[in-house]
Design a protein. Structure first.
Length: 348
């Protein structure tokens, strides 16, 4: 007996055709589920990858560098914003972008870990391509090492943490005096044991912020004849609620010589440094303390040895004078006794 189904038109459909119709219906149902779900997923991704402002552009670029993502496409519906980003790129603004709540995700830090940034814009899409100066694995390994080191250097106070980082960098690295140096970051320094001011400053920025001490990088002029050329970098750190200058590069006296000439100083006690550009303006948002941090009195071994030598000299002089005085006194007593003794000439 044939199983038949009557349609609205009165035509009858055989069992085989009905089975085919069911299969088509299931396929349509499956496709509808797929297509109904897809727009929602795409909309979430679209929101995440859409740039709606200059600040949003900075945030997206920071995350791309942080994730070591070489290329990424972003939707920029506002053509004016897209063209402005493309034409200006605003890398100067990006290099001064700072997040107090997430300092290690700030452009003022991450910008130093890019070699070049390329952009293209068209049809509402902005493509950002980053040329990294290091391999992704090398960068990942370095920052993992730095994270562990920050834990080791964290002290019982902000001052102790800053002192630990200051002394560690001076003890383990030396300034790169080569004419054609290339060691501009702490990655170079940790690899070769040599780096310039930017390497010291970037290392301090990561280690101190990771250890819980608010720290900023500062660029400007650093020489006896201050100029308008940015040729030096140092840090400012927040210790006990006040900001201080910190130049670890210039405190590295070479070899085992550690100085504190530029350690937690006020502007008045921080000669031959001049902030430039964004770092010299009110938008930088850092007010340096009026007085340098009161450093604990340190015991200088050279001064101790000098004191010991001076004391030994005084003791020697005292003993010699005392001995000479006693000797003269005994001689005088002997002479007096000789004078008072009666002359006895019975022997003659």
């Amino acid at each position: 007996m044939k199983h038949e189904v009557k349609t609205k038109t009165g035509k009858r459909i055989g069992k085989g055709k009905r089975k085919g119709l069911l299969m088509v219906s299931l396929m349509l149902l499956l496709l509808s589920v797929v297509f109904y779900g897809k727009p929602e997923e795409e909309s979430v991704a679209a929101v995440q990858d859409t740039i709606v402002s200059r600040e949003d552009y900075f945030n997206k670029l920071e995350m791309q560098i942080f994730n070591r993502e070489v290329s990424h496409n972003y939707r920029v519906p506002d053509r004016t914003l897209g063209m402005d980003i493309l034409n200006n790129m605003d890398m100067e603004g990006f290099q001064s972008n700072y997040h107090e709540d997430r300092p290690l995700l700030s452009g003022c830090y991450l910008s130093y870990y890019t070699k070049r940034v390329y952009m293209t814009y068209g049809s509402g899409t902005l493509q950002i391509r980053i040329e990294l100066p290091y391999m992704k694995d090398e960068m990942d390994a370095h920052f993992e090492k730095m994270k562990k080191l920050a834990v080791e250097l964290k002290g019982n106070s902000d001052y102790e943490t800053v002192k630990n980082v200051h002394d560690y960098l001076i003890d383990h690295f030396e300034y790169d005096h080569r004419t054609s140096f290339e060691n501009h970051t702490d990655i170079d320094g940790f690899r070769d044991g040599k780096m310039v001011c930017s390497g010291y400053s970037l290392a301090a920025y990561y280690l101190l912020n990771e250890a819980g001490v608010k720290t900023r990088v500062v660029t400007g002029s650093g020489n006896e004849e201050l100029s308008d050329t940015m040729d030096h970098m140092w840090n400012v750190v927040l210790v006990d609620g006040k900001w201080y200058n910190l130049d670890i590069t210039w405190d590295d006296g070479g070899g085992d010589k550690k100085l504190d000439t530029y350690f937690l100083k006020s502007d008045a006690d921080f000669p031959n440094h001049r902030r430039l550009g964004y770092y010299a303006g009110p938008s930088f948002g850092v007010q340096i303390a009026d007085e340098s941090y009161p450093l604990p009195k340190k015991i200088d071994s050279k001064n101790i040895m000098l004191g010991v030598l001076i004391a030994a000299m005084f003791i020697t002089v005292f003993v010699f004078v005392r001995y000479d005085t006693n000797k003269k006194k005994k001689e005088e007593e002997a002479n007096a006794l000789y004078r008072d003794t009666p002359w006895d000439d019975t022997w003659q």
